[in-house]
Design a protein. Sequence first.
Length: 150
Amino acid sequence: MIRVQREDFDVGAELKALTAGRHEIGGAVTFVGLVRDMAGDSKIGAMTLEHYPGMTEKQLAEIEAEAKKRWPLSASLIVHRYGRLEPGEQIVLVITASAHREAAFEACHFLIDWLKTKAPFWKLEDTDQGAQWVAAEARDDKAAERWTKP
């Protein structure tokens, strides 16, 4: 399941809704991404996330479908926020659930790595040195690269 939304989310409520009545699930892994207050030496006052509706959901669905091809997931959820967010606010939620924990852990890690490099979001940080668009980082590409190897 994919949701792109401006409003915040409740991790506990989302986990409960995803797993309710699903007794084949033996483990669920949850990741929550938060807005940091620093970027290098710059203090962040806020971050604005932009996206193209329709295109973003399509790409997230493709990423989720790839995870479901690779691991035996019983359920999954990706919630990604957009708009202006301040330090400490939640940006992204990924939950993966499977009969066995290993699949849930690996799929969650995969989804986070691929969301970071393949999801079409643009981030503008308001820093003490002015507004700056966030560039892709080599370390994120390197993390995602491990999932492209056979």
